[in-house]
Design a protein around this ligand. Structure first.
Ligand code: 4AD
Length: 460
């Protein structure tokens, strides 16, 4: 007989004479001549109660049915007399697929600390919390594709191995097949003997490639892994994370803001509709403010504040910030959180940053000092989105590259796009894990990634 997901069984309107389910035993409770298994197969948060009687409730078998063991059960799905559940499975047959030694199985029936579970990331998706989290993550990824497809965007697979540093921030992981790093000096290409015959890195962003494709297909997005060797051990930075990067031709900063706001709102709507039970777990056990915060994300238009005004607001706030606000400098997380949590009380776009603190590709505004940049700041998380209108004027772009000390030669293809049929275009990057933190209330980025990669951590 084919197995059925527990989720599908629990949604049924009518019982079933014969079904087969497979899963892992969460708990077992014994009474006289009868035993109850709580069975979970990962398809949903809820367990299916399995009733074992007669020969199925004999001691020899029960001894093997410990927390964590895997079983296949056949029986009848019948209305449950117990409160709080509609269905239960009256077993006729049970097969132990894999035992779990109760002496060493680390997931026992109690709440475990997140730090402990990080050390057993191979088993943590079997807990209620992490099962729910990774179902939400999967659903959110689907919602991303749906959002863009509905708007006529094409999905672009941008390369993971690159020869350029998009952000120009130098936080790159090097990729090499050489056993020994080449000697530094000499003038000749030190990487001549390496696989690509030149320096290679893991991508920090698919943006530059997305721009090339937007200037051919009109509207594209990438959604893929991104790597940054930032040695910052914060709860919001990972060395490997996933970024969603849409890019639109014939578009300006205003179009960019509208798209980012629509994306965040639609993702929240989608999760509220399709992950209700899993989200309730987070509201109950992780962050009681979650329902209100999700409502706050969709209820009203997001605020917009130019950088210069944001600095004035922060300076006038009279807050004892750890890092003083400095005009012309990047905003710190505490400043970002003050702006959106305390000043406007909802998500806020900060726009038009000084060009000195932003990458070379952002379009220079008419004032010559600022660029058409935007960051979306959200409560609890801080920066969720970073984007801009792109500099489409060849001469201005070349000047910016010179100012920021970037060589032109490796970017010849990026400049070509400004040489042949250049158009106004804009895009942004949304950190997928930051969005998941926002959507679940989980405070540490390590807990929304299946197998997190952070400084000094590469297990699994
Ligand atoms: O602001 P960032 O660096 O922008 C870019 O990479 C642009 N190329 C995007 C574009 O315009 N196409 O990163 C975008 C977002 C941030 O707002 C943040 O949400 C996330 O990516 N992010 C990180 N998430 C987790 N760990 C890190 N180390 C992150 N760095 C950035």
């Amino acid at each position: 007989m084919k197995r059925t997901d527990i989720r599908r069984l629990l949604e049924r309107e009518a019982g079933l004479e014969a079904v087969r389910v497979c899963g892992w035993v969460r708990t077992r409770r014994d009474a006289k001549g009868i035993s109850f298994l709580e069975l979970n197969d990962g398809s949903c948060l809820r367990n299916l109660q399995v009733i074992l009687e007669g020969s199925l409730a004999e001691e020899g078998l029960l001894k093997r049915l410990t927390t964590g063991c895997a079983v296949a059960v056949e029986g009848a799905l019948v209305a449950s007399p117990a409160a709080g559940q509609r269905w239960e499975l009256r077993a006729r047959g049970l097969e132990v697929l894999g035992e779990a030694d109760p002496e060493s199985y680390p997931l026992q029936k109690k709440r475990h600390r997140d730090e402990f579970l990080r050390g057993i990331a191979h088993l943590r998706p079997r807990t209620n919390k992490y099962g729910a989290l990774f179902r939400i993550r999967s659903e959110a990824a689907f919602a991303v594709h749906r959002f863009f497809r509905e708007r006529g965007f094409f999905h672009l697979h941008s390369p993971i191995l690159t020869g350029s540093d998009c952000e120009g921030a130098g936080e790159l992981f090097r990729v090499t097949t050489l056993r020994e790093p080449p000697p530094a000096a000499g003038g000749e290409n030190p990487w001549a003997e390496d696989f690509f015959g030149r320096e290679a890195h893991l991508t920090v962003s698919g943006q530059l490639e997305a721009e090339l494709f937007a200037c051919a297909l009109g509207r594209v997005y990438t959604f893929g892994p991104t790597f940054r060797a930032e040695n910052s051990n914060t709860p919001r930075h990972a060395a490997e994370f996933w970024m969603i990067e849409p890019e639109m031709a014939f578009a300006d900063l205003e179009d960019d803001l509208e798209l980012a706001e629509a994306l965040v709102k639609q993702l929240v709507h989608h999760l509220r509709e399709h992950c209700r039970e899993d989200l309730e777990l987070f509201a109950r056990w992780v962050d009681p403010e979650l329902p209100a915060r999700l409502e706050n994300l969709v209820a009203r238009p997001y605020a917009r504040i130019p950088y210069a005004e944001a600095v004035r607001i922060l300076q006038a706030a009279g807050e004892p910030f750890e890092f003083p606000v400095q005009p012309g400098a990047d905003l710190q997380t505490e400043h970002e959180r003050f702006l959106c949590e305390r000043h406007v009380g909802r998500p806020v776009f900060v726009t038009d940053y000084p060009k000195e603190i932003k990458p070379f590709y952002m379009r220079v505004n008419d004032d010559g000092r600022t660029v058409a940049a935007m960051d979306l700041l959200v409560p609890r998380v801080g920066e969720l989105v970073g984007g801009s209108q792109r500099e489409e004027r060849l001469a201005v772009l070349e000047r910016r590259m010179e100012e920021t000390g970037l060589p032109r030669e490796p970017y010849w293809w990026y400049l070509d796009i400004r040489r042949y049929g250049t158009v106004p275009h804009a895009g942004f990057g949304l950190g997928f894990e930051r969005f998941l933190m926002l959507a679940t209330g989980v405070a540490n980025i390590r807990d929304v990634i299946p197998f997190p990669r952070t400084p000094r951590s590469l297990e699994f």
